[in-house]
Design a protein around this ligand. Structure first.
Ligand SMILES: Cc1ncc(COP(=O)(O)O)c(C=O)c1O
Length: 419
């Protein structure tokens, strides 16, 4: 065997010895010019300013949505939607178990109870059939997460939610411009929520965006983001009409976002092209199953995820990931490691001091369980899951090298199993 065929983990030559792509994001002159205008004008808060309002108008237009509210994070973008839903304490909201805690915090903060449905092994996204099994008379809403930019099975999810009269709040934090059967995710449920945290397709370091077509929801979302004030209504006077937070985005963030927005579509379409190319290059790679994208949908690949299935490769996915990293293709194993409800912040059911509120509102016989085995497919899928960075700056050669390394590790897995 040549040194090139020998796995790098066993002393062979790695497929790649230089870093993949760059991490250059557009941080150009337009943003600096806009920031200078804000700073020289001295008005940095949203009320009375122009930049955040402009961002909201332009983002709504970009999505063909009726309304947009900017806020301070992806977590707040979801929180304002849950605030607009206004659940009764103890109402239930069903969420995806593979996500950031930012999807779940808003549910707990509004004294509602997060319930988790299992995922599909092939997509890592919510399984609509399992979702229906988790619905109770207290269920109010569903938060599907389009994980890594991959659209959930929205038609099936909506069929379930329509049968049960539930609201769909789409978590699109990782899925800018992803399309489901020709429509952008975030425009299909009642509300679409986006994070603008540093790693996202569209970023100002921190920030959030919430879109909806429903004018009544838009008003409630805006009030919830602005301490319950009606500053967006015709009256506009100081008043506190309902509970809310101060989640107002600053003009500084708005000014940067307005400069970045024209680049978002290009970032996303480049990632789609690179991701789809990689999928085609590894179509026949034994034991390697890319996160499935349904025919007619397009992911925008916040990351490139796959399952390395031990029964097929002969080695555990952790070993596969180790071998891939040794080939010069940085990757992670297991993504968040365990279902989000297994993290202490949720599992202990202690949100407010040592009380068990709002869980105390549940009938103990039917109380939600945050235990191992509650979402078995999720546990298995995470254990097989490998995530590889995919950036719009990557070249064709970068993607070919990722594919070559995957093929090499899959072909050489027997060497590792024997080693
Ligand atoms: C799927 C998902 N939902 C919610 C969030 C929360 O967003 P933020 O960190 O901007 O609050 C993130 C952030 O990583 C995320 O990936």
């Amino acid at each position: 065997m040549s040194n090139a065929d020998k796995l790098a983990l066993l002393g062979g030559t790695p497929v790649r010895s230089t870093p993949l792509g760059g991490r250059n994001r557009y941080t150009g002159k337009d943003a600096l010019d806009n920031l200078r205008q804000v700073l020289e004008g001295g008005h940095m808060t949203r009320v009375g300013g122009t930049w955040v309002q402009r961002l909201e108008q332009e983002f709504a237009a970009f999505y063909g949505a009726g309304h947009c509210t900017a806020s301070t994070s992806g977590t707040s973008a979801i929180h304002v939607a849950v605030g607009a839903l206004n659940p009764e304490p103890g109402d239930e909201i069903i969420a995806a178990p593979i996500t950031d805690l930012g999807t779940i915090i808003p549910i707990l903060a509004q004294n509602a109870i997060p319930v988790f449905a299992d995922v599909q092994r092939a997509t890592f996204n919510l399984d609509p059939a399992d979702l229906e099994r988790r619905i109770t008379p207290r269920t109010r809403a569903i938060i599907p997460v389009h994980l890594g930019g991959h659209p959930c099975d929205l038609a099936e999810i909506l069929a379930v939610t329509e049968r049960h009269g539930l609201v769909v709040i789409e978590d699109c934090s990782q899925a800018y411009c992803a399309t489901y059967q020709g429509r952008r995710v975030g425009t299909i449920g009642k509300v679409g929520c986006f994070s603008m945290q540093q790693s996202k397709h569209f970023t100002t370091g921190q920030g959030g965006l919430t879109i909806t077509d429903d004018p009544d929801w838009a008003l409630r979302i805006k009030r919830f983001a602005d301490k319950g004030m009606p500053r967006y209504s015709a009256a506009g006077a100081r008043d506190y009409l309902s509970f809310g937070f101060n989640y107002e985005m600053s003009e500084l963030h708005g000014a940067v976002a307005v400069a970045e927005l024209p680049y978002v579509e290009g970032v996303c379409s480049r990632r789609t092209a690179l991701g789809e190319r990689l999928t085609s290059l590894i179509a026949d790679c034994p034991g390697v199953h890319p996160q499935a994208v349904r025919e007619g949908n397009h992911s925008t690949y916040w990351f490139y995820a796959l399952r390395a299935v031990p029964e097929e490769t002969g080695i555990h996915a952790s070993k596969f990931a180790q071998a891939l990293s040794a080939e010069g293709i940085g990757c992670g194993w297991q993504y968040i490691g365990k279902p989000i409800f297994m993290y202490e912040a949720v599992r202990r059911k202690r949100v407010y001091g040592e009380s068990d509120f709002p869980f105390s509102l549940q009938d103990p016989a039917h109380a939600v369980r945050y235990e191992e085995g509650e979402c078995p497919v999720c546990e298995q899928a995470l254990d097989e899951m490998i995530t590889i960075g995919l950036h719009e700056d990557y070249t064709e050669q970068d993607v070919e090298d990722i594919a070559a390394a995957l093929h090499k590790v899959a072909a050489g897995a027997a060497q590792l199993a024997a080693a």
